[in-house]
Write a protein that binds this ligand. Sequence first.
Ligand code: NAP
Length: 254
Amino acid sequence: MISLNIIGTGNLARNLAHIFHETEGVVLNQVIGRSKAALSPFAKITSTSIDFNAIKESDVSIIAVKDDVIKSVGKKLISYKGLIAHTSGGMHIDVLSSNKNIGVFYPLQTFTTGKPIDFKNIPICIEANGPDGLSLLKALGNTLSTKVENISSHKRKILHLSAVFVNNFTNHLYTIGEEICEEHGLDFDLLKPLILETAEKVVNLSPKEAQTGPARREDQKTLHEHLQLLKENQQREIYKLLSNAIKASYEKKL
Ligand SMILES: NC(=O)c1ccc[n+]([C@@H]2O[C@H](COP(=O)([O-])OP(=O)(O)OC[C@H]3O[C@@H](n4cnc5c(N)ncnc54)[C@H](OP(=O)(O)O)[C@@H]3O)[C@@H](O)[C@H]2O)c1
């Protein structure tokens, strides 16, 4: 049995608490956060505290707070003897160097509070500053997922950079698509089969092969008309930047 604390009460902390609470072989000992209000959903399943000094001794404490405060939260837990792991894609393991037994437990997926997710196929990138810590994180990861990988801080940063393109930027483009539909009284739901097929297609096809649309075809008239229809300058800039990037990546090399 692996005993576990979670530090943080946001999107990832909620998802991890939910899944670990239901997972055999793991006992969720405690959740620590800054506010009683944010801790109240966790209080239904485990013990909670707003006092970082009152941390319970457990095998692992997972820090799921915003990247910029991982270091300061780690420093608050100096007396804790177990393994401390952060969950960030972009932060080096050494951000926790004030602590003795440190690691990383980064699930490569997008998490939102209120949207429980199946962890079975989520890659979990682990790293630790010693073999015992690595085995512990591997065992913890294996309780959730079949894809637990030992990945260095540098490689994880690169994966995270790539994830920002495929998830964060793509999602922002959905937001623009939704705004354009709303502006013209159209239902964004009409685009949802296209969104799903776009993602589905790259499971078996390289994104470069899968690309369609006016920029790839160099349909100048359509490109020009789309730009005319966009009222917001920022939307026009994004349209031009992405269309030019698509065109450039299909230009024939002489
Ligand atoms: N969400 C994802 O899709 C995802 C995926 C993989 C990894 N991660 C990683 O998971 C970590 C948490 O991300 P998230 O999306 O769950 O963030 P989030 O929903 O914004 O939650 C951030 C948490 O950080 C806490 N926090 C902020 N400032 C703090 C401080 N000064 N001291 C203590 N706690 C503080 C917040 O507490 P308050 O509520 O009190 O402000 C909240 O509990 C990040 O390192 C992120 O890179 C996230």
